[in-house]
Write a protein that binds this ligand. Structure first.
Ligand code: NAD
Length: 507
C-alpha cells in the first residue's frame, strides 16, 4: 500500500510522516503555509510540507551566495570528489528514492528507479568533468603575448523544475553546476516537494561529511508566483535553468531578460515518430509504445504524433491497438504495471478536453481515452490532422495522434510544422531516408533518432530542443559551459606594448 511504502522509506530519506520544512539554507526552516502532499496513486496524504515565504527566499539566496563564494575556491577536482560521494549516497538509496518518486509523481517503479539511476550517471559524468573544465590557448598576433580562454564559476545557479522529473532534473543541473564551482538554489515543482527535500537531505549529509557548507545546495519550495518569480528577478542568480511548460518559460525568460541575466530553458515538446515503409514494425511498435504510453505520456519527450506511411498504416495501427489493449494500468508500485496515474485532476481534465476538441475537429478515437477511477486513464490513439490546434499543442497526457503520409518530404514537413522542437525519430531501414532525416533539411529538433523512439535520452549527450522548447542544452557533451563564465585573458610577457590590429597610439 502507499501508506506502507511511505512508512518504510521515509526514515531512510530523512522525511517526517507529519510535517517537513520546505526550505534549506544550511538549516531546515520555513515559515510559509503548510500544504498537504497527496499521492496520485490513491489520493491519500503522504505528508505535509511547509512552504517558503518571500523572507525565507531572501535567506536562502543570501546563504547560497555566501556558500558559493567559498565553494568557488575549492579546486574543481576536489569539488568533483564531493559529487562522487553524492553519487554513491544516491546509489545506496536508489530503491528508497525511486519508490518516493513513484509515491509522489505516480511513475511506475522501474521509471522511478531509472530516474535515480540517471542522477547517479550524471554524478559520474560530473566527476570526470571536474578534471576537464578546460579552455583554449589561442595564437596571439602580438609578439611576447599569450592569449587564453578560461572558465570560471557563475556564482548562484537557480533551478526551476517540473513535476514529471522530480529528481533527475535537479541532478542534471546541480551536479554539473557544483563541479563548475557554483551554488544552486532549487525551486522544485510544488507538486513534488518530498522528493526535493529527500535529495537535498542526501546532499546535505555529503557536504557535512566533507566540511563543505551545505548551503551550496539551497532549496525553496513554494509556488511559481511567490518563489519562482522572485528567483527569476533576483540579480544574485546569474543563471536561471528552468524546466517546465512553454508558458512558464516565456514568463521566466521575460523576467530574467529584464535584468539581462542568463537562462537555460527546457520547455514543452510535441514529438513525432515517422514510420517509413521499410521500417521494422516490431521495433517501431515497441518504440512507439514506450514513447507514447511510458510515464503515462507525461514526459517532455513523450511521443505525441505518429506520422506513418500510408502503405503500412493499417498494419501498424492494428498492432498498436492490440498492444494498447494489453496495457496494465494501475498502481505504479506493482512491478507489472506499465501505466500509472496522471499527476492531478487538472491533468485528467486536460486530457479529456483535448480528446473532446480532437473529436470536434473531426478526429476518430481508435482506442482508449476513458477516464477510470481516481487519476487513472487509458492511453489513447486518435486519427487526426497535423494542423489542428489540438495537435499543435502539448497535452501532457497519453494521447497519440496518428496521421498517414505519402512522401518523406511531406512527413518531415509535418514533423517540423509545430511550435516545439524537442525530440523526433524515424523508423526506417533505408539509409537514404535515415540520413535525409538527420540532414539540414531533416528534423529541426534538438534530438533526432533513427530506429529509437523519442524518449529515454542518455545523459552523455546534450539534452534540449529548439523553438518553443527554449533552446537550452543540459546534461552531457559541453553543456557544462552554460554553468560557467568564459574569460579571454591575454598576458604580455614582453617589454613592449604592441596594440592589436597594428594601431599606433601616441608616441
Ligand atoms: P509548469 O510549467 O507548470 O511548472 C514548472 C515549474 O515552473 C514549477 O516549479 C512551477 O512552480 C514553476 N513556475 C510556474 N510559473 C512560474 C513563474 N511565473 N515563474 C517562475 N516559476 C514558475 O510545468 P509542469 O506541469 O510541472 O511540467 C510539465 C511541463 O514541463 C511540460 O510542458 C513538459 O514538456 C515540460 N518539461 C520539459 C522538459 C525539458 O527538458 N524540455 C523536461 C521536463 C518537463
Amino acid at each position: 500500500s502507499v501508506a506502507g511504502v511511505a512508512r518504510a522509506i521515509f526514515p531512510e530519506l530523512g522525511l517526517s510522516a507529519k510535517s517537513n520544512a520546505g526550505v534549506f539554507d544550511g538549516a531546515w526552516r520555513a515559515s510559509g503555509e503548510t500544504v498537504e502532499k497527496c499521492s496520485p496513486i490513491d489520493g491519500k496524504p503522504l505528508a505535509r510540507v511547509r512552504h517558503a515565504t518571500g523572507e525565507d527566499y531572501e535567506r536562502v539566496a543570501a546563504a547560497a551566495q555566501r556558500a558559493g563564494l567559498a565553494w568557488r575556491e575549492v579546486p574543481a577536482p576536489k569539488r568533483g570528489e564531493v559529487v562522487r560521494q553524492l553519487g554513491n549516497a544516491l546509489r545506496e538509496r536508489k530503491a528508497a528514492l525511486g519508490r518516493l518518486v513513484s509515491l509522489e509523481a505516480g511513475k511506475i517503479i522501474a521509471e522511478g528507479e531509472g530516474e535515480v539511476q540517471e542522477m547517479i550517471d550524471i554524478c559520474d559524468f560530473a566527476v570526470g568533468l571536474s578534471r576537464q573544465l578546460h579552455g583554449l590557448t589561442i595564437a596571439s598576433e602580438r609578439p611576447g603575448h599569450r592569449m587564453m580562454e578560461q572558465w570560471h564559476p557563475l556564482g548562484v545557479v537557480g533551478i526551476i523544475s517540473a513535476f514529471n522529473f522530480p529528481v533527475a532534473v535537479w541532478s542534471w543541473n546541480s551536479a554539473v553546476a557544483a563541479v563548475a564551482g557554483n551554488a544552486t538554489l532549487w525551486k522544485p515543482s510544488e507538486k513534488t516537494p518530498l522528493t526535493a527535500i529527500a535529495c537535498v537531505k542526501i546532499a546535505e549529509k555529503v557536504c557535512r561529511a566533507n566540511g563543505v557548507d551545505p548551503a551550496i545546495f539551497g532549496l525553496v519550495i513554494g509556488d511559481g508566483a511567490t518563489v519562482g518569480e522572485r528567483l527569476a528577478a533576483d540579480r544574485r542568480v546569474a543563471l536561471v535553468s528552468a524546466t517546465g511548460s512553454t508558458r512558464m518559460g516565456k514568463r521566466v525568460g521575460e523576467v530574467v531578460a529584464q535584468r539581462l541575466g542568463r537562462t537555460l530553458l527546457e520547455l514543452g515538446g510535441n514529438n513525432a515518430i515517422i514510420v517509413a515503409p521499410s521500417a521494422d514494425l516490431e521495433l517501431a511498435v515497441r518504440g512507439i509504445l514506450f514513447g507514447a504510453v511510458g510515464t503515462a505520456g507525461q514526459r517532455c519527450t513523450s511521443t505525441r504524433r505518429l506520422i506513418v506511411h500510408e502503405s503500412v498504416k493499417d498494419k501498424l495501427v492494428a498492432r498498436l491497438v492490440a498492444a494498447y489493449g494489453q496495457l496494465s494500468i494501475g498502481n505504479p508500485l506493482q512491478r507489472r504495471t506499465l501505466v500509472g496515474p496522471l499527476i492531478d485532476e487538472a491533468a485528467v481534465a486536460g486530457m479529456m478536453n483535448a480528446l473532446a476538441e480532437a473529436k470536434r475537429s473531426g478526429g476518430t478515437i481508435l482506442c482508449g481515452g476513458e477516464r477510470r477511477r481516481g487519476l487513472y486513464v487509458s492511453p489513447c490513439l486518435v486519427e487526426a490532422r497535423n494542423e489542428w490546434p489540438v495537435v499543435q499543442a502539448e497535452t501532457f497526457a497519453p494521447i497519440l495522434y496518428v496521421m498517414s503520409y505519402r512522401t518523406l518530404e511531406e512527413a518531415i514537413a509535418w514533423q517540423n510544422a509545430v511550435p516545439q522542437g524537442l525530440s523526433s525519430a524515424i523508423f526506417t531501414r533505408d539509409l537514404r531516408e535515415a540520413e535525409t532525416f538527420l540532414s539540414a533539411r531533416g528534423s529541426d529538433c534538438g534530438i533526432a533518432n533513427v530506429n529509437i523512439g523519442t524518449s529515454g535520452a542518455e545523459i552523455g549527450g546534450a539534452f534540449g530542443g529548439e523553438k518553443e522548447t527554449g533552446g537550452g542544452r543540459e546534461s552531457g557533451s559541453d553543456a557544462w559551459k552554460a554553468y560557467m563564465r568564459r574569460q579571454t585573458a591575454t598576458v604580455n610577457y614582453s617589454d613592449a606594448l604592441p596594440l592589436a590590429q597594428g594601431i599606433t597610439f601616441g608616441a
